[in-house]
Design a protein around this ligand. Structure first.
Ligand code: SAJ
Length: 420
């Protein structure tokens, strides 16, 4: 049976592009979200998030009548859950994943699912979350059978199929990337492959649900560990008076070495979060993964300390100046280059920390953001900052800064090595 109607639950950075992609293949798509503003915006053919090319896709999908958003679940042939999975904000050393959004999605769709439907979890999740989702659905619908009991004969098929797209390239990567398909039974996987075949040109590689869940966590944890290695090197090199950028470039000439780049820390809503999903399940075993998190989380603190050292040096060289006379300029506040996303941004954390603690002025340059309010620092133009800062802190390697004017001060803390 082919999929005529597809419901996408959670219309955020992953759900909305996925919904638009199915709609572009002339599937009837119903987008479900709890955010009325998002629903209204999409129904006008507009988007509430920043992602290249997505606006054109959504406008076409809504205008042609293939995509419609709602806050109330409706019947469909396939349900794709793409809701957030943050971790719980408690004081424990190892943050625990919060599956309440997945549970809420299960509660919302349970009344409308029927025999023959396919339910897919796309949200980054701890191992076992897909089985948990199937458990919640089974509790709500005792009249239907699910794969944890009925295997390939289940009335409703359930699979885990993680996204692995890079923000800023989502529309292209959704189509081109290979995709891991983790069904709870062979039939679940077959049905999921059939669904994604609608638009995915990459390979659809089948495994079981638990392995698919762990694959996604492994990819992001691997990157976190590799970045931690680079960040640790940068601190070691600072102590030993070695240029870390030159060092990495030299080491990377070895045919089997590929070291990533250090920076002010690791940001975003994936790499800084997902490793905890492994650590919380296996705290005694996930030692490198946990240490990498600690190394990356401590890097912004190290950068702030570097600024304090620069401040002391500045005062020593300029004894007539007071600390309150000194202007610190932060170049970049986004979590990575050439985007406007501030989520878990180490650059933003550093800028805020400096603005909170420094007695003088703190200004910031962020080419991808026009205005900012409620902060203790102000956004200024690149030119203004270059000409007025006493201490410059380069935090993001935005294209505007690469090869751009270098601030006129000898006190530069360049966390990305672009003003060398
Ligand atoms: N970073 C460094 N040094 C590097 C590379 C990155 O410090 O050499 C920093 C960035 O500045 C940023 C953070 O790491 O603060 C994360 O950036 P990223 O570009 O590595 O990753 P994300 O968070 O934008 O997207 C990741 C991707 N995962 C992998 O590359 C393994 C993407 O494919 C996933 O789909 C996405 O997470 C996700 O949604 O899980």
């Amino acid at each position: 049976m082919s999929f005529k109607t597809i419901s996408v639950i959670g219309l955020g950075y992953i759900g909305l592009p996925t919904a638009a992609m199915f709609a572009s293949r002339k599937k009837r798509v119903i987008g479900l979200d709890v955010n009325q503003h998002a629903v209204d915006t999409i129904n006008l053919g507009e988007i509430h998030i920043v992602e290249p090319e997505l606006d054109i896709l959504v406008e076409a999908a809504v205008t042609e009548g293939y995509l419609r958003a709602t806050t109330v679940a409706e019947a469909a042939d396939a349900f794709l859950i793409a809701v957030p999975t943050p971790f719980k904000k408690d004081s424990s050393e190892t943050p625990e994943p919060d599956l309440s959004y997945i549970q809420a999605a299960a509660t919302a769709i349970a009344p409308v699912i029927k025999k023959g439907d396919l339910v897919i979890l796309e949200s980054t999740s701890p191992v076992g979350a897909t089985e948990q989702l199937a458990g919640w659905l089974a509790e709500s619908r005792p009249d239907l059978s699910f794969p944890q009991f009925a295997g390939s004969n289940a009335d409703v098929n359930v699979a885990y199929c993680p996204e692995r797209v890079l923000p800023g390239h989502v529309v292209r990567e959704l189509v081109e990337n290979d995709r891991v398909i983790g069904g709870m039974s062979a039939t679940c996987s077959e049905r999921a492959v059939e669904l994604y075949r609608c638009f995915v040109k990459g390979e659809l590689v089948v495994t079981n649900a638990r392995t698919a869940e762990m694959t996604k966590l492994t990819e992001n944890s691997c990157r976190d560990v590799q970045i931690a290695f680079a960040n640790e090197l940068s601190i070691i090199c600072d102590k030993l008076d070695i240029d870390v950028w030159e060092l990495i470039a030299l080491a990377n000439r070895h045919p089997r070495i590929n070291i990533l780049q250090p920076g002010p820390g690791v940001g975003g809503h994936c790499i800084a979060v997902d490793p905890w999903f492994i650590v919380s399940k296996t705290p005694s075993e996930a030692r490198i993964i946990k240490t990498a998190r600690a190394v990356n989380d401590s890097k912004p603190i190290w950068v702030v300390d570097q600024v304090k050292i620069a401040l002391a040096d500045y005062l020593q060289l300029n004894p007539t100046k007071l600390i309150s006379d000194i202007t610190i300029g932060c170049f970049g506040i986004a979590f990575k280059p050439d985007i406007d996303d501030l989520r878990e941004s180490p650059a933003m954390w550093i800028t805020r920390e400096l603005a909170k603690t420094h007695e003088g002025k703190v200004i910031a340059v962020e080419p991808n953001i026009r205005e900012i309010s409620g902060e203790d620092f102000s956004l200024v133009s690149y030119d203004e900052a270059v000409n007025s800062v006493d201490i410059a802190v380069l935090l993001v390697d935005h294209k505007e800064f690469k090869g751009g004017k270098v601030p006129k001060t000898r006190h530069i803390i360049d966390t990305k090595g672009i003003w060398g």
